[in-house]
Ligand binder design. Structure first.
Ligand code: E4P
Length: 217
């Protein structure tokens, strides 16, 4: 399973790229709002850090507006993927982008049927929102499982991108469910790295090493 970073913060993206685990980036209007400035400039900077897919989300709700915004994003860099919300207009825009050879990520997917339709319309990535479903007492990961099964059974070309990840266990569950990608906030990636026994072990190894070093030879 590939790991994308769910952020628009340039320094966060640089950090994870240095760790060697950055396969791509997802942004959305809320993540961009935390950063500010020009969305185009932020996207260009992200695309210079990673060659992996970088999702840029449209805010228009009509087909022509989505196409206009998405084409503009696609001109910024060759690894831009246009993020389009699930809706009747979104499906039409996804189909039109596919005809133009522009890759799309269908976002705000909360059921496997929505994902199936997005895949049929030609979306490269399908983003089921696991955490937001869990928040309303549904089993968000079940949508990931069902979508992965649909794609394998019917040999569809889209990849399942587990989104709205709330804790490290979601990442494990997404990988075991066969998700092709999980997009993860930096805080959760850090939680995945650290374990109290690892951190304690590092300190103990250093202390033991220093005690031997101090002994006269
Ligand atoms: C990513 O593509 C999604 O926009 C993001 O994971 C949503 O996460 P949230 O539910 O924490 O806002």
């Amino acid at each position: 399973m590939k790991i994308f970073l769910d952020t628009a913060e340039i320094e966060e993206i640089r950090t994870v790229a240095r760790w060697g685990v950055l396969d791509g980036v997802t942004t959305n209007p809320s993540l961009f709002a935390k950063v500010g400035g020009s969305y185009d400039d932020v996207l260009k900077q992200i695309c210079e850090i990673t060659r992996g897919p970088v999702s840029a989300e449209v805010v228009a709700e009509d087909v022509e507006g989505m196409l206009r915004e998405g084409r503009q994003f696609a001109r910024l860099a060759s690894n831009i993927v246009v993020k389009v919300p699930m809706s009747e207009q979104g499906l039409e825009a996804i189909a039109r982008f596919a005809q133009e050879g522009i890759k799309t990520n269908c976002t705000l997917i909360f059921s496997s049927n929505q994902g199936l339709l997005a895949a049929r319309a030609g979306a490269s990535l399908l983003s089921p929102f696991v955490g937001r479903l869990d928040d309303i007492s549904e089993d968000g990961m079940n949508v990931v499982r069902e979508l992965v099964a649909m794609i394998e059974t019917h040999d569809l070309k889209s990849e399942v991108l587990a989104a709205s990840i709330r804790h490290p266990r979601h990442v494990t569950q997404a990988a075991l469910a066969g998700a092709h990608i999980a997009t993860v906030p930096l805080k959760i990636l850090r939680q995945m790295i650290h374990h109290p026994l690892t951190d304690k072990g590092i300190v103990q190894f250093r202390k033991d090493w220093e005690a031997v070093e101090k002994q006269p030879s």
